[in-house]
Design a protein around this ligand. Structure first.
Ligand code: AMP
Ligand code: MG
Length: 569
């Protein structure tokens, strides 16, 4: 029996969790017996450091405005008529020490719909700017996110809480501050799905229907419809974005930039020595490295964020702001789910690594006044490139079940495979899962191309595309792959286990989310629950839920919500 060096919650560089005061990657579940569960939300312990230590907007009305010289504005959530809890994440509740009983209570629905503030909660919206689709957009800010403060749990971890869709803030610009059920279901489920895939992400505690109606023009085509309103409570060590720093520099407020940077380093990067002369470049290096690691993960599982504006980039390298995201079904680097980006496809799957780099360049520009030397920032950007390249290679090797990446053979092996996957419509998730079944013993080496291809057949969308020419090419690639595995230390069984630990069986396929949304629209929330449970174990075989692993059905190919989404949410 060979040892498998992969952990299901695989991460590329094996980040040392102990150095992070707040671990976003999965850590050992702490036994709840050592902590007391809370039965009343008033028992939560808040320590609202962000608003205590950073400057506030002196104005406390809710008028939409430009906020100068402040990091946040105090603002209350807008009360809603009939809060109804649809779902909550047990695991996130555990992070906050919450008992199931309190999560099922009326108090929970009221609080996480924004109708009540419990002891210690303080509501505020933060100020940030950003580049949207490549252009500087000025002040954006929490236009429909209202923070409730920062909890310290019984294990001493800090978690910030944020309601998305809780009403107008000074940063709402022309919009209403609200969110609809469909996009809230998508955010709730995907946050948790990403976490269980081992991908750095913000989490989601709750999904609450507000009882209010929200008007949305889903495809910006003049067809506005009333939709049910909903609120997700997001949870993360912090929600600080690249854009928080950009807005300070854009306003030429370098004192505020320094104050926010120092605060962020002390709180989100406590392992860095704030007094070190090069602390800002060390910090930028770490942001670059974490961003690269996050993007490698996205490319590993076929996740397309859809709106990689700089205001949607977390300083901690967390996946943040689940809007018109999607999952690759047939492998196509040019695909984006976001109809708002349909022409330029700036945020298409294959462009994500370059866009993250571009975004880091914008952050480097914003941080320049702190360092006043371009070279260290340039080094951070080079570190991004190196980390991404090495991470990508390690990731490709692991997807193929190879113990290490050998550039002389594996550059071509992986490039040729990715070309073949695009040549005919091939489901990325199913393909890599099925590739784990390929046998590489001597007898298998003499199989015909058709025989070799048999385990892969479930991954193809259009059987007619499997021409003789294609089968021959794929057969030749499989032969090369089998040859390559001859100097790999794993036997077939170990290789398949290793592959299944990094190639998920279950992802939040676009059509699955849409089916859950369709049912929820009829008052049936069972599929939200079912998907939440399914996606907690994305790498495991779940025979009773095999249908959720199937490739996209034909009806979903062109259906709104399944293949096309807009920013309207
Ligand atoms: P997004 O594209 O969702 O990242 O949002 C870009 C900016 O628009 C952010 O400042 C959001 O807070 C704001 N925003 C998006 N949707 C709304 C909305 N319905 N109401 C108010 N602000 C919004
Ligand atoms: Mg956003």
């Amino acid at each position: 029996m060979q040892l498998i060096p992969f952990h299901p919650k695989w991460n590329i560089r094996g980040i040392d969790d102990s150095k992070l005061h707040n671990c976003y990657l999965r850590t050992q579940q702490t036994s709840m017996s050592s902590t007391q569960k809370l039965f009343d939300l008033n028992q939560l312990y808040f320590d609202n450091r962000f608003i205590r230590e950073l400057p506030a907007d002196p104005e406390t009305t809710n008028t939409r405005r430009q906020v100068i010289g402040a990091c946040y504005s105090r603002v209350l959530p807008t009360p809603v008529s009939k809060p109804q809890k649809i779902a909550y994440s047990r695991e996130v509740a555990e992070l906050l020490d919450l008992s199931d009983k309190v999560c099922e209570s009326e108090q929970f629905a009221q609080v996480f719909a924004g109708n009540q503030l419990t002891a210690g909660m303080e509501a505020y919206a933060t100020c940030y700017g950003g580049h949207q689709f490549g252009n500087w957009a000025g002040q954006l800010g929490d236009g429909r996110a209202i923070n409730l403060g920062e909890i310290i749990n019984q294990r001493g971890e800090r978690w910030a809480l944020q309601l998305k869709g809780a009403g107008l803030t000074p940063y709402s610009r022309h919009a209403d501050g609200l969110a609809v059920l469909r996009s809230s279901i998508r955010e709730f489920l995907c946050s948790e799905a990403m976490y269980h895939l081992g991908i750095p992400t913000t989490r989601a505690l709750s999904l609450i229907l507000t009882g209010e109606t929200v008007i949305r023009d889903m495809f910006y085509n003049g067809n506005s419809q009333p939709e049910p309103g909903a609120i997700v409570c997001r949870v993360a060590p912090s929600f600080t974005r690249f854009g928080h720093f950009q807005i300070c520099t854009a306003q030429q407020n370098i004192a505020l930039l320094k104050q926010l940077a120092d605060y962020t380093i002390r709180t989100d990067f406590p392992h860095l020595d704030i007094n070190a002369p090069n602390v800002y470049s060390q910090w930028f290096n770490e942001i670059c490295r974490r961003t690269a690691e996050m993007i490698v993960h996205w490319q590993r599982v076929g996740f397309v964020h859809g709106v990689m504006n700089t205001d949607n980039m977390s300083i901690l390298g967390l996946t943040i702001d689940y809007g018109p995201y999607g999952w690759l079904e047939n492998y196509d680097p040019d695909w984006t789910p976001n109809t708002t980006d349909a022409v330029d496809r700036r945020y298409r799957f294959g462009n994500q690594p370059q866009i993250a780099f571009w975004n880091l360049v914008q952050l480097a520009n914003a941080l320049y006044p702190l360092i006043e030397d371009a070279e260290p920032l340039q080094e951070g950007l080079s570190l991004y490139v190196r980390t991404f390249e090495q991470g990508w290679q390690a990731m490709m090797a692991s997807k193929l079940g190879l113990a290490n990446y050998q550039a002389d053979t594996d550059d071509d092996l992986s490039a040729d495979l990715l070309k073949l996957l695009q040549q005919v419509e091939t489901d990325m998730t199913v393909f890599f899962r099925q590739l784990a079944h390929i046998k590489t013993d001597v007898a298998s080496l003499s199989k015909s191309d058709d025989e070799l291809l048999t385990p892969l057949l479930p991954s193809y969308y259009v059987p007619e595309q499997l021409t003789h020419a294609y089968t021959t090419q794929m057969g030749a690639w499989l032969h090369r792959y089998m040859q390559r595995t001859q100097n790999n230390p794993y036997d077939d069984n170990a290789r398949s286990l290793a592959m299944n630990a990094v190639n998920p069986k279950y992802v939040l396929r676009n059509y699955l989310a849409q089916l859950a949304i369709d049912k929820a629209g009829q008052g049936d929330f069972s599929m939200v629950e079912e998907l939440l449970e399914l996606l907690c174990r994305p790498y495991d075989e779940q025979p009773e839920r095999e249908t959720f692993a199937a490739k996209r059905p034909d009806w979903a190919r062109q259906r709104a919500g399944c293949s096309m989404l807009s920013c309207s949410s």
